[in-house]
Design a protein around this ligand. Structure first.
Ligand SMILES: Nc1nc2c(c(=O)[nH]1)N[C@H]1C(S)=C(S)[C@@H](COP(=O)(O)O)O[C@H]1N2
Ligand SMILES: [Mo]
Length: 169
């Protein structure tokens, strides 16, 4: 490679590594909005918020987490977008996530949790969307299969179900 091209590549890498949360683009939701993200985000689609329908959430990079939980019997297969993919989709730049559920249960989840572990925002349980009655439409599921030490009360309190909104703080 020529010196010139090496410089160009080096400059591009520096830009990519040093860039703050990027303001990407996010299409407006087409279906029913199931999640609204507000706060310290660079990418929005409805006013100052980022709103998602189920299709948009399912289109993000995701994971299947097959695990037991305190709220289910036997092994259950949860599937949904990675928390880290959601953070990237909205260009999140805060430290903490104020997660609020339909029953107004709220919990503060460190952004670090979503970066450190493949936490998912499950939108399917055993292959099917979850009704509100069945803790849907969104259930925060930690990777108990990857790190069994996560199976503790602190994680359980961060395992919000019927999630409706997240404020990045
Ligand atoms: N939507 C919603 N999610 C929630 C809660 C809640 O009240 N509503 N409680 C949380 C807390 S504090 C814990 S410890 C566990 C409680 O699970 P349990 O009700 O089965 O004991 O779920 C968490 N997720
Ligand atoms: Mo709790």
């Amino acid at each position: 490679m020529s010196h010139f091209f090496r410089s160009v590549v080096a400059a591009a890498l520096c830009t990519a590594l040093l860039a703050p949360a990027q303001a990407g683009t996010l299409a407006p939701p087409k279906g029913a909005v199931v999640l609204t993200v507000t706060g310290k985000i660079a990418t929005t689609n409805v006013g100052a918020t980022a709103q998602f329908d189920l299709g948009q959430l399912s289109a993000l990079p995701g994971r299947v987490t097959e695990t037991e939980t305190p709220w289910t019997k036997g092994k259950t297969r949860f599937e949904g977008p990675l928390g880290s993919a959601l953070l990237d989709a909205v260009g999140a730049s805060g430290e903490s996530l104020h997660v609020v559920a339909l029953n107004d249960y709220a919990v503060d989840v460190p952004v670090e949790d979503f970066r450190k572990w493949p936490v998912i925002l499950a939108v399917k349980k055993d292959g099917k969307p979850m009704s509100v009655r069945d803790k849907g439409p969104i259930f925060v599921i930690y990777p108990f299969d990857v790190d069994p030490s996560l199976y503790n009360e602190r994680t359980f309190s961060r395992s919000a179900w019927q999630v409706k909104s997240i404020e990045v703080r």
